[in-house]
Design a protein around this ligand. Structure first.
Ligand SMILES: *Cc1c(COP(=O)(O)O)cnc(C)c1O
Length: 357
């Protein structure tokens, strides 16, 4: 049976990425060796790294004055790297969920942390608005897409201080004005590659301003200076990331995929609103993510949750269980998820409704 992969991360990847990576695991670049067993300093792999960085910049339209680095450690290591590299005395954060909270926790080790707004009062089901960013903060940190709760800041905000964004789960899903950000980072395993590689887009002039010692591996400048080759990079995930970037370019780039993403999310949100058995967990449409779509059984139908889950599973739907802190269902509709998978899920929701009549 065809599977429909709604996992939140690691998650669906383009068939192009999976097939090319599988081939390279057997024979990389015609070397007669596996991608797993060649030096990262071989000219064949250096070419992969160069093209990945170049395509990353091209697709996101990254202006001059920014560097792209690929490192290990996941987005979770970035939670500490950001304050380590930028924080002199004070930083500001927007608390929009579990990942934002983890980032805030790490910053506390470096000085004063101002949480300018929080949606914790409503289990993070909205994006706080009308907050004030302190002008003396060294930076302001946001999580653009809240993978667990299905909320998203879908626009580039204006910040009076350098803006830092965790874009783990919405990078490459929509156009972003990079020039408004000092640092954008994320784990690759949501929309780009298998787990193991983390990207950071860093405005070069933001670095070198803190006085404390930064451990070599946690210093952005180390990785920028050596073009992500200071130590052994995660070779296989970087290769896979390059395949996804090539796939995205062939598809027409960010604007083209953004249209598809909006279409897919629209299909599902419309059905959630229309179908009396289901309801959204994010009331304000402006705050709804186009990457992670959360919904629950409507009032009066709560006892049908397992039944719907079983029906959906029997039709090949995988990974639709909501995160334990929200419950219900979460369909992740990342770039590589085909429109047909969303149509299939909508079909199961309609079938479930007709079974109750
Ligand atoms: C998944 C996720 C993380 C954690 O990423 P790791 O690479 O596992 O450390 C952080 N932030 C967001 C928004 C995420 O979705």
């Amino acid at each position: 049976m065809k599977k429909h992969n709604f996992y939140a991360g690691p998650s669906v990847l383009p068939q192009y990425t999976i097939e090319n990576t599988a081939k390279a695991l057997i024979d990389f670049a015609g070397m007669g060796l596996s991608l797993m067993e060649v030096s990262h300093r071989s000219k064949q792999f250096v070419a992969v790294m160069d093209e990945a960085q170049q395509l990353f910049k091209e697709l996101l339209d990254i202006p001059d004055g920014y560097s792209v680095v690929f490192v290990g450690g996941g987005a979770s290591t970035q939670f500490a790297m950001v304050p380590f590299n930028l924080m002199k005395k004070k930083s500001a954060y927007l608390n929009t969920g579990a990942w934002a909270k983890k980032a805030i926790k790490e910053a506390h080790a470096f000085g004063e942390v101002v949480v300018v707004g929080s949606s914790e009062d409503k289990n993070f089901n909205y994006i706080p608005k009308g907050y004030t960013i302190p002008e003396d903060a060294d930076y302001f940190h946001i999580t653009t897409n809240n993978t667990i709760y299905g909320t998203e800041i879908k626009y580039d905000i204006d910040s009076p201080v350098p803006l830092v964004a965790d874009m783990s789960s919405d990078i490459f899903s929509r156009p972003v004005d990079i020039s408004k950000y000092a640092i954008i980072y994320g784990g690759a395993q949501k929309n780009l590659a298998p787990a193991g590689v983390t990207f950071a887009i860093v405005r070069d002039d933001i670095l070198g301003q803190v006085e404390h010692h930064i451990p070599t591996m946690l210093k952005y400048q180390t990785h920028i200076d050596k073009e992500s080759m200071f130590n052994t990079p995660p070779v296989v995930p970087v290769f896979a990331a390059l395949q996804t970037l090539q796939w995205l370019k062939k598809l027409g780039g960010i604007n083209a995929i953004h249209k598809v993403n909006k279409f897919k999310a629209g299909l599902l949100y419309d059905e959630i609103e229309r179908n009396p058995l289901f309801t959204t967990t994010v009331p304000d449409p402006d705050d709804r993510s186009i990457m992670n779509i959360c919904f629950v059984m409507n009032a009066g139908y709560e006892n049908l949750e397992q039944e719907f889950f079983d029906l959906a599973s029997s039709k090949g739907m995988v990974g639709i269980k909501g995160h334990r802190s929200v419950g219900g269902f979460r369909a992740s509709t990342y770039n590589a998820l085909p429109v047909e998978s969303v149509e299939a899920l909508v079909g199961v929701m309609q079938e479930f409704e007709s079974l109750r009549k």
